[in-house]
Design a protein around this ligand. Structure first.
Ligand SMILES: Cc1ncc(COP(=O)(O)O)c(C=O)c1O
Length: 451
């Protein structure tokens, strides 16, 4: 058994676990690299330690402690930095989008980090964007240093120096496929680069379906910490320098439902409680494995534990309200609102244009996106307008919406949904996307019974 003099000596050297139950048939071995076994609970401990050591080596942080580490993070890098800060005598300030799981914010505070919540969905150029705010706080704080995992070469480098060599050694050089998500890109770029330097390894990026990295429209998705969301107001969509696109051979674009189902199956069938991005990665690995033979060896990175997401992906209520899961009892929302299809108009459309396309009736007004199909992602619904010829034809439809309506899940029990929402329009969701518009009163009535 190892005996460590510092907690930081326990970062890395994580085990591989062979999946036995969620894998089908005589295909390849699929191994999961259990990064949640790092002492701070995620793959990000590696990057945090690497970035702090590099900053201390070049004098950006005082080597003897007393500096202030500032980072924009959806949680795990913040935890890693707070852990390293405690060990090295620095202070940590973490700027987080306030949409992240509550457990992650509580964790940061438990490590003594100062947490600065900010707007989750703002353009990259916006001063309140997590990275811009972190940069500003670092500049204005005496002894402040912005870790900047997105562009810090010490992030991918640590994976080239540790994660990659570990996988090569653990598989005895037999690894043929690496599957990982892309957040900053540090993990996949560094690990992939090392493995490719050793042998013919195919690197597969597991990406949320609407993420920009894999070619989606950049609209919101529900798996945290991976993929690239594009705010419609972003002018220059800069990608992280930690991400080396040349390392990735192909993408598997995974819908949220598939990611979350796989994460939940891993807990129930393998006893492996991992986060949503691990669900995305294992879902991609299962797709990859389906096309391979018994001599192939697939290694997939599980970045963190499901304990970070007990109030989201492992909460049946959360899953049901967003339309990812059916409630056990009915009648359900879809029994009461059977019609599917929703008229959607991007903000900026005039009343006359919307009437010409949709006719009179309710229309969901959504954030405009560069895409041939308007988004149906629930967070991008600005409101509902009841279109009719009495509205001024030249008005922007968005001038007539009263704010985003509440949403219910398609498989939610209708009575529970009815009890939860106020009078007025209601969005009906499947997989976090709008499939129908209803009125609260619709949830009370059985359409087959008439009235
Ligand atoms: C849960 C989780 N999954 C995946 C990633 C992506 O890793 P990387 O930033 O190395 O691409 C992160 C990064 O923060 C993460 O926290």
């Amino acid at each position: 058994m190892d005996v460590h003099q510092s907690l930081l000596d326990a970062v890395g050297a994580t085990p591989l676990l062979r999946l036995r139950r969620v894998t089908a048939g005589p295909g390849p071995a699929v191994y999961v690299k259990l990064e949640f076994l790092n002492p701070g609970g995620s793959v990000k401990d590696r990057a945090a330690l690497s970035m702090v050591r590099a900053a201390e080596a070049c004098g950006d942080l005082p080597a003897g402690g007393g500096g202030v580490i500032v980072e924009g993070s959806s949680g795990n890098t913040g935890v890693g930095l707070a852990m390293v800060a405690a060990q090295h005598g620095h202070r940590a300030v973490v700027v987080v989008p306030d949409s992240i799981a509550a457990e992650k914010i509580a964790l940061l505070k438990a490590y003594g980090a100062q947490v600065v919540p900010t707007e989750p969905k703002v353009p990259l150029e916006h001063p309140e964007h997590v990275n811009n705010l972190a940069r500003r706080i670092a500049a204005e704080t005496p002894g402040g240093w912005h870790a900047n995992q997105y562009d810090n070469p010490a992030n991918p480098r640590v994976h080239e120096l540790t994660t990659g060599p570990e996988i090569w050694e653990q598989t005895g050089g037999r690894v043929t496929h690496l599957v990982a998500g892309v957040g900053t890109g540090g993990t996949i770029s560094g690990t992939g680069r090392y493995l490719k330097s050793r042998g013919p390894v195919t690197v597969v990026a597991a990406d949320p379906e609407s993420s920009r990295y894999g070619g989606g429209d950049g609209s919101p998705y529900y798996v945290e910490s991976v993929g690239h969301y594009l705010h419609p107001g972003t002018v220059d969509d800069l990608w992280p320098q930690s991400y080396d696109r040349g390392v990735v051979d192909r993408f598997e674009r995974i819908p949220d439902r598939e990611s979350l189902e796989v994460a939940r199956r891993l807990a129930r069938e393998e006893g492996l409680l991992v986060g949503g991005s691990a669900g995305t990665a294992v879902a991609a690995a299962l797709r990859v494995a389906a096309g391979l033979g018994p001599d192939d060896v697939v290694v997939v990175i599980a970045p963190d534990s499901g304990r970070n997401y007990l109030s989201k992906y492992f909460d049946d209520g959360w899953m049901t309200r967003l339309g990812f899961l059916d409630s056990p009892t009915g009648p359900r929302v879809r029994d009461r609102v059977p019609a599917r299809g929703v008229a959607v108009a991007p903000a900026g459309t005039t009343v006359a244009e919307a009437l010409a396309v949709h006719g009179a009736g309710p229309v969901a007004v959504v954030t405009p996106r560069q895409s041939d199909r308007p988004t149906r992602s629930a967070p991008e619904v600005l409101g509902v307008v009841a279109l009719d010829a009495a509205l001024p034809p030249g008005d922007d439809v968005s001038a007539h919406v009263g704010g985003p309506p509440p949403a219910v899940g398609d498989g939610e029990e209708a009575a529970a949904a009815h009890a939860r929402v106020p009078d007025g329009p209601v969005l009906v969701l499947v997989d976090g996307r709008v499939v129908a518009l209803a009125d609260r009163t619709d949830l009370e009535h059985d359409p087959a019974a008439g009235g």
